[in-house]
Write a protein that binds this ligand. Sequence first.
Ligand code: IMP
Length: 196
Amino acid sequence: MTIPEPPGIERVLFTGDQIRRRIAEVGSEISEHYRGKDLKLIAVLKGSVYFLTELTRAIGIPVKIDFLAISSFASQRSSPGVVRIAKDLDEPIEGEDVLLVEDIVDTGLTATYLLRTLAGRGPNSLAVCTLLDRTSRRLVEVPVRFRCFEIPDRFVIGYGLDYRQLYRNLPYIAVMKPGVMADQSGAPARPPTASE
Ligand code: IMP
């Protein structure tokens, strides 16, 4: 079934085929890197779920998965990047090789908070794998070990990424028209980095 393109889309950045091909490459890299290790992939709900499922199928070594959910208060200018864990992991990660799976690393504040939190739980190793990387907006350095695509400084939707909880199910990644995102309540034309 083809999902009709929502009206707010400016252009498709990556098609479903391009995304799957790139994830297959990154999955192979991960398999090589972690061969013989106890690999656990930790995905951040909800945006990373689409990426996680495709990625795990592209990894040829045994993996475990677990999930975190966060509440982000990034839209409050007084406290940028303040993140709270809304749903914690089901299992401990002590002694495991942990890969934090992100939909997008933007300012880097969320990933930095999560890395700091996870590091305190004694994993054997800890690294970041992201579907999208927007280094042009980075505020704090994030050690991204595996990345599928670097993207320009434009708000994107699809393949798990939302705008106000919509569009996650688009099978491609698209750039939104800036005008569509400005609303009557004075919300910024560029949405805050809300990530739940
Ligand atoms: P960071 O803390 O600024 O790196 O933001 C990370 C979170 O912001 C991501 O996990 C996304 O949920 C959200 N985000 C940042 N940019 C976009 C975008 O272009 N589209 C949708 N969500 C985004």
